[in-house]
Design a protein around this ligand. Structure first.
Ligand SMILES: C[S@@+](CC[C@H](N)C(=O)[O-])C[C@H]1O[C@@H](n2cnc3c(N)ncnc32)[C@H](O)[C@@H]1O
Length: 251
């Protein structure tokens, strides 16, 4: 409950500053790169933390003014979603979270839904309600192995041809640096998302105990290429960008 109240305050303050502050006009936001937007939207994607924005800026800049559909899993303070709304000024921005942030997000331009990223029924309900067909899906949810792999397997079909699915915090696959049981890495570390991605890069095959065979097969047929970025910072940050083929053959 405390977290929800905190979120509401941050969203309302940020929303208030958009229209009132001379440095907060849409032109001002449009003139800033993603790392520069960190002065306003201090998420853990920023240069002083995981620094994923260094990877995203060259990926996202060419589509910055397009009418894209952008969807991020994991809302919390709402700051990253607010950053997307202000960076992609012609985009539709969607978010899901296991908690309900709809009241906090009201009036922000962000479309929020309650869904558990590890539950296929929830994900299918979200895809139907939102219309799916996303240019970008970004997973910054619970970062558990099963959650990451179920979300990818179930929702890669919701990425447009030529679009991308990004998995943040792939470093949670490394218990040496992230020894947290909530990430569900098994004792032999054979179930990790990092291992699954590295195996795909080497073999073109998806091995995941959490995906349905039809999901793994769809990924093998429709992934164009994968970028795996090791940020080499003190957090050992890793992010993975999975590009979908431009032309998808009918199943
Ligand atoms: C790292 S925070 C998101 C931060 C936000 N994207 C940002 O950059 O400001 C992770 C969020 O994922 C949510 N979450 C955790 N497990 C989840 C699940 N199984 N399904 C959906 N959301 C989940 C949490 O409630 C939390 O709000």
């Amino acid at each position: 409950m405390k977290a929800l109240i905190f979120t509401t305050i941050i969203l309302v303050q940020a929303g208030f500053s958009f229209g009132q502050d001379s440095t907060g006009t849409s032109e001002w936001f449009r003139s800033k790169s993603l790392p520069e937007l960190c002065d306003t939207f201090r998420t853990d994607k920023c240069p002083d933390r995981h620094n994923f924005l260094e990877v995203y800026e060259p990926l996202f800049e060419p589509m910055r003014d397009d009418s894209i559909r952008f969807f991020e899993i994991g809302i919390l303070t709402g700051l990253s979603h607010l950053m997307w709304v202000n960076y992609f000024q012609n985009a539709e921005v969607f978010g899901i979270d296991i908690k309900d942030y709809s009241a906090a997000a009201a009036g922000s331009g962000i479309q929020t839904f309650v869904a558990d990223q590890s539950n296929r029924q929830d994900l299918y309900a979200f895809m139907r309600a939102s219309g799916a067909n996303f240019d970008v899906i970004l997973d910054d949810g619970g970062h558990a192995m099963d959650h990451q792999q179920i979300s990818l397997g179930c929702m890669f079909q919701a990425v447009k041809p030529g679009g991308m699915f990004i998995i943040e915090d792939v470093h949670t696959s490394l218990p040496e640096f992230y020894p947290d049981s909530s990430f569900h890495v098994d004792r032999l570390e054979t179930n990790t998302t990092l291992l699954m991605i590295e195996a795909f890069i080497r073999t073109g095959k998806i091995y995941s105990e959490y995906m349905l065979p039809v999901e793994a097969e769809y990924l093998e047929q429709t992934i164009d290429r994968i970028e795996l970025h090791y940020l080499f910072n003190e957090r050992h940050s890793i992010v993975c960008v999975i590009h979908k083929k431009e032309a998808i053959e009918p199943r």
